[in-house]
Design a protein around this ligand. Structure first.
Ligand code: SF4
Ligand code: SF4
Length: 168
């Protein structure tokens, strides 16, 4: 019995000697994450560059660790950040409090806040663990313009556009 176990163990070692190594040369090569991985949040924009966040603070209400702070302000057609009546003038997430549960993402009516694939979160002090709107917001898409935008009066009347249900 002992000999059989020994032979089996030796076979496993021998086999693994010829397998392709699975080590990733981090940080040059990053390990791919799964489709539903919950990493650092991103605040998304529409194709035209307007911000998806309408400053409703539902994400902050849903957060079990009280990690999100949202302050909103009114949009006008002269100075418009989002399609809604309001936009987030301040948006902060304290990453030291976040438990990456994704409740904020689930609560968001416009799919503005999405947990992304960035897992490189390290801080030297408590202040730098607070991610501001400027740090979280995605870059302006090629077809879009930065915010605030001056838009045609009366063009944006819906806070929440017609959207498909999430597929996964
Ligand atoms: S992932 Fe969870 S804990 Fe983190 S900010 Fe969102 S709701 Fe709060
Ligand atoms: S991220 Fe979503 S839920 Fe949070 S304030 Fe903006 S629109 Fe509302």
């Amino acid at each position: 019995m002992f000999i059989v176990e020994l032979a089996r163990g030796l076979w496993v070692i021998l086999r693994s000697m010829f397998e392709k190594p699975v080590t990733y040369q981090y940080p040059e090569v990053k390990r791919p994450v799964h489709a539903r991985f919950k990493g650092r949040h991103n605040l998304h924009r529409y194709e035209n560059g307007l911000e998806k966040c309408i400053g409703c603070a539902l994400c902050a209400a849903a957060c079990p660790s009280d990690a999100i702070f949202v302050e909103s302000a009114e949009n006008t057609d002269e100075v418009r950040y989002s399609p809604g009546e309001r936009y987030a003038s301040t948006y902060e997430i304290n990453m030291l409090r976040c438990i990456f549960c994704g409740y904020c993402e689930d609560a968001c009516p416009t799919e503005a806040i999405v947990l992304g694939d960035n897992y490189e979160l390290s801080f030297y002090d408590r202040r730098s663990a607070i991610y501001t709107k400027e740090m979280l917001i995605m870059p302006v898409p090629e077809a879009g313009k930065p915010t605030p935008q001056k838009v045609e009066p009366g063009k944006f009347t819906r806070s929440i556009p017609v959207m498909e249900n999430p597929k996964d």
